[in-house]
Design a protein around this ligand. Structure first.
Ligand code: NAD
Length: 265
């Protein structure tokens, strides 16, 4: 059998992660929750990590009829705990994130530090925890939820843009180191997704740009998007599922951009 004939035909390959363990950070809400549910539906046992215990409980309840979700309440600024939590995972989805919109000269240094810790250093520590098992079995999938802001900057988002650009570099390095061990690593880069993170920044953006909140979505957030709508968390989760599936086994070290045409400019 040739390598290519060993690949299943595209039309008959639903994602099957039976027997696999997936760790999703920031799983209590938004994109992370959608990813946890998608991977559980594919048969994975999902370790759902978040500092929001209530959100994780709601996720576990929502997953009851879908698949196995095991909540783990953890603040990712506890980097040692993050590394330990990742041991034994086959699929790692680095998703947790936070945003603050402020000009650099007013940006609180402690918040900058926290954003970099949660969105860049924690993924590094989770990789340290996860890779030995992946390498040992010769298979693993790393998906980093980056952003258009991993590829482009926006004013007033210094910490977020810096963290996402760093995550792009970490993801590519992981791809190079993991290739000979059957481990792929990729980023998924959405434009604005309909989640709490976006809803929370509308007021901040209104203040920073000096316009009313109702004009922020169309005039600020979607200004550069050809498609004038927010993307849904479930659409991002489908991209994650694709990167975990057999059709994506040659896809590594890249960034899957779901931005409604933003970076086509
Ligand atoms: N919403 C968007 O428009 C958008 C666009 C591109 C990329 N992203 C990225 O997608 C990811 C998820 O964002 P979202 O929109 O679903 O946001 P969200 O606010 O709905 O979810 C983020 C989750 O991360 C968790 N989290 C934050 N800090 C944590 C910490 N210290 N320890 C543990 N958990 C922590 C939160 O509790 C929350 O459940 C982020 O990395 C974000 O940068 C979002």
């Amino acid at each position: 059998m040739t390598a290519s004939s060993a690949l299943p035909a595209p039309h008959d390959t639903p994602l099957d992660l039976g027997g696999r363990t997936a760790l999703v950070t920031g799983a209590a809400g938004g994109i992370g929750r959608a990813c946890a549910l998608r991977l559980a539906a594919a048969g994975a046992k999902v370790r759902a990590v978040d500092r929001d215990a209530e959100g994780l409980e709601a996720l576990a309840a929502a997953a009851a009829d879908i698949g196995a979700v095991e909540p783990l309440v953890l603040d990712l600024t506890d980097l040692d705990a993050a590394e330990a939590a990742a041991a034994g995972t086959d699929v790692l989805v680095n998703n947790a994130g936070l945003q603050l919109v402020r000009p650099i000269e007013e940006f609180p240094p402690d918040v900058f530090h926290t954003v970099l810790t949660v969105m860049l250093e924690a993924p590094f520590r989770l990789l340290r925890g996860a890779l030995p098992h992946m390498y040992g079995q010769g298979w693993g999938r790393v998906v980093n939820i980056s952003s258009v802001h991993g590829l482009r900057a926006s004013a007033y988002k210094s910490a977020y843009v810096a963290a996402k650009h760093g995550l792009e570099g970490l993801s590519k390095t992981t791809a190079l180191e993991g290739a000979s061990h059957g481990v792929t690593s990729n980023c998924v880069n959405p434009g604005y997704v309909r989640t709490a993170l976006v809803e929370k920044q509308i007021a901040d953006q209104a203040l920073a740009h000096g316009i009313p909140e109702e004009r922020v979505v169309a005039e600020v957030l979607l200004q550069d998007s050809a498609l004038k709508r927010l993307i849904e968390p479930e659409e991002v989760a489908q991209a994650v599922a694709y990167l975990c599936g057999p059709q994506a086994s040659f896809v590594t070290g890249t960034s899957l951009v779901l931005d409604g045409g933003w970076t086509a400019h």
